[in-house]
Write a protein that binds this ligand. Structure first.
Ligand code: PRX
Length: 688
């Protein structure tokens, strides 16, 4: 593919010094030593490894779980460029939550994602930035991305950022955001990307927890034709973040923003720096990034991923789950603020030398044909998106899809939440013309990459609709019963655990290792507990049945109901709330809030609810605002004072005939009271 230079980058590139590409240092560099030489020579996206060649997927899977040291050792040696060879493949103990991979090895993630490709093929397109306005895309080559990354890395260094320091990234999907992530990786800093839809308070909470030294942002974001004032959100956030010493501001639009004493123009700072930056050799288990995600209790937790194992797992899954081949254009439309963006917009594709699409817009801007018009224009080969968008799009005429040429598509993928049959069939039949395998991929922030999906599998192997199906190499799923026992046999449901360590798994929760152990390794000793339930079919395939805890999933965004309750409870007129998730035909789930008001506020309900909506939007994000608020006098509680959310969920879902056992309630008459209030609420809604 011919590269067109990004206009966004021109000011930087004009000032670029002679290119470092093709220069001898690459070949003398320790990065191309012993373990990595075959990669340097055999090109991008090599086969699994010569040692493992010629085996069927089934045999490879068997080997990966029976002899993980052989499997992962061989794959890691083959696929990654190391500066120092690792001595030990792994040292893990799931009973205590100790997880270490590729001990003694040193590498640099940015070298693996940039230098190795730029050395071979500098003009290959690394990024296609699909900007908000269709037809205005910009392409960035591996050479350009390497230079941008080095300038950014040098900028961070000049501001005193050192190995291990945390850098917050509050930016929309863009080349400069990707370069910031890679610049951190280059100098050994730890990035924490915060989704640019989070409020200033949510951003501040994350910056404080991570003790970030620097925040990198843009003046504005552009999405669906609207401008979003990112810098002003950062301004508010950093007021309560004493650790922040600098705010770097990239210019996404022409709008000029007030610059305070912490602020600095990112482009100006980069233009003063060299386009070369020596990569920091990192231990396999040094931190690469942290990403905040919701749990069933407490504040969002900073999930920590480290260098080698994460990168290896992201790249291997990217290639084998999506059937990626060199030269393909990979289109994952996730935001970089989520793990899907980390693993399948940035690290997996770039490690494989792919051309990866950065999608800045929305599925319906300027019209519901956006995705498919983009597929035609960019000749996308793999399209990876969320069921919530598919459910939205299938409501429109099929002509929005059919009028565009989708013949470039080879694989379709779905992620983030269960995909219902209707959405799966539409995606497969209408978008893929019954021609492209559709992979429903199950995984989590904590797992680093896809764990259960229909691929890899032999060519032509069956794919069942709306089902994640098969474990990836090295993943050994286990279903657990109510008494904590491992359930054997097929056609059975239980708590989904993974009983062997794999390289992509998270290493800890930043600053709270005990919480990590308690959340993931205590519930089923010796296993990693996912928080999801699953069913194993007659054929031995896995189907995810949904969360087993108080985490809900709104349009693929993971949210703890406790977080929403905490925000609501801050209102002075609200002594108590309970939030549950109920199904929604487009968003998958939405939040339903049961609210108890102080007695004297009863006549002012509408006003309080308006304030509650605002409170959640400012404390968390707009997507977290409950769709429903029901004012009740009391909440159903057990004698020990625990709110029975199970009952509230049934009421909110109008499934009152199957409420289950209510005898443990302190006062079962509460249930009748709430059912009555809910009926009135529904009939009001029906009339509106
Ligand atoms: O409940 C599962 C659901 O999303 C949760 C993980 O959310 P997060 O860490 O934000 O990562 C999302 C992107 C990987 C899981 O515990 N989930 C994810 N993928 C699927 C899914 N549920 C059903 N089917 C899936 N394919």
């Amino acid at each position: 593919m011919a590269a067109r230079t990004s206009t966004f980058l021109l000011p930087l590139l004009h000032r670029a010094r002679p290119l470092l590409l093709g220069r001898k240092w690459h070949h003398r560099s320790p990065w191309f030593s012993s373990q990595s030489c075959s990669r340097g020579l055999s090109g991008i996206s090599p086969a699994l490894s010569p040692q493992l060649a010629g085996r069927s997927y089934k045999e490879l899977y068997e080997l990966s779980v029976k002899e993980p040291e052989t499997f992962w050792g061989s794959v890691a040696r083959e696929r990654l460029a190391w500066s120092t060879a690792f001595q030990q493949v792994s040292d893990c103990d799931l009973a205590t939550g100790r997880v270490s991979w590729f001990l003694g090895g040193k590498l640099n993630v940015s070298v693996n994602c940039l230098d190795v490709h730029a050395a071979k093929d500098p003009d290959r397109v690394a990024l296609i930035w699909e900007k908000d306005e269709p037809g205005t895309e910009e392409r960035v080559t591996y050479r350009e991305l390497l230079e941008m990354t080095c300038r950014l890395a040098n900028t961070l260094k000049s501001l005193g950022v050192q190995k291990g320091d945390r850098v917050a990234i509050y930016m929309p999907v863009s080349p400069i955001a990707v370069a910031t992530m890679l610049a951190c990786a280059r100098i050994g800093a730890v990035h924490t990307v915060v989704f640019a839809g989070f409020s200033s308070e949510a951003l501040a909470g994350r910056i404080q927890d991570a003790q970030c030294k620097v925040v990198v942002t843009c003046n504005q974001g552009v999405r669906g034709g609207r401008l979003i004032n990112l810098k002003s959100t950062v301004d508010t956030a950093v007021k309560s973040c004493p650790t922040v010493q600098h705010v770097l501001v990239a210019q996404r639009t022409d709008h000029s923003v007030p610059m305070g004493k912490l602020d600095m123009s990112l482009e100006e700072a980069m233009s003063r720096e060299s386009a070369e930056c020596a990569p920091e050799p990192m231990d396999s288990e040094d931190m690469l990034f942290m990403l905040y995600t919701s749990g069933s209790t407490g504040k969002p937790k900073g999930i920590v991923h480290t260098q080698a194992g994460y990168l290896l797992y992201a790249s291997l899954t990217h290639q084998y789950v999506f059937d990626y081949s060199p030269g393909d254009v990979f289109g994952c439309v996730a935001d970089i603020g989520w793990i899907t963006g980390h693993s399948y917009v940035v690290y997996g594709p770039l490690c494989n030398g792919a051309t990866t699409v950065l999608f800045e817009s929305t599925p319906v801007y300027p019209d519901p044909g956006r995705y498919w018009e983009m597929v035609e224009r960019l000749r996308i080969n793999q399209f990876y998106g969320a069921p919530t968008a598919i459910r939205l799009l299938l409501k429109y005429e099929e002509s929005w899809v059919k009028k565009y040429d989708r013949s470039s598509l080879k694989t379709l993928g779905s992620v983030g939440e269960p995909i219902n049959h209707e959405a799966w069939e539409w995606f497969y039949n209408v978008v893929g013309d019954k021609r492209c395998p559709l992979v429903d991929t199950w995984w989590q922030t904590e797992t680093g990459g896809v764990c259960i999906a229909p691929r890899p599998a032999e060519k032509g192997a069956e794919i069942l609709p709306a089902m994640a199906m098969r474990p990836f190499f090295g993943i050994q799923p286990a279903l657990m019963g109510e008494k904590g026992q491992t359930l054997s046999g097929n056609d059975i449901s239980g708590a989904l655990c993974i009983s062997k360590p794999w390289p992509g798994m998270a290493k800890t929760i930043f600053g709270d290792h005990q919480r990590f152990v308690d959340a993931y390794f205590k519930p089923y000793p010796g296993h990693y507990f996912t928080g999801d339930g699953a069913h194993r079919s007659e054929e031995g395939y896995y189907q995810i049945t949904g969360r087993m805890d108080d985490v809900i999933n709104i349009s693929g965004h993971r949210l703890g109901t406790a977080e929403v309750e905490d925000a609501l409870d801050e209102h002075p007129d609200v002594p108590e709330t309970a939030v549950v998730g109920i199904s929604h035909d487009v968003k998958g789930e939405v939040a339903f809030a049961f609210v108890v008001l102080k007695e004297n506020t009863a006549e002012n309900q509408e006003h309080v609810i308006k304030e509650l909506r605002h409170l959640v939007a400012t404390k968390i994000a707009k997507y977290a605002v409950p769709d429903h608020f029901l004012v009740v006098k009391r909440l159903p509680k057990t004698r020990s004072g625990k709110i029975m959310r199970r009952i509230l969920r049934k009421i909110a879902m109008q499934q009152t005939e199957s409420l289950g056992d209510v005898s443990t309630l302190d006062d079962p008459s509460v249930v009748t009271e709430i059912i009555q209030a809910h009926k009135q609420y529904r009939s009001r809604l029906d009339k509106e």
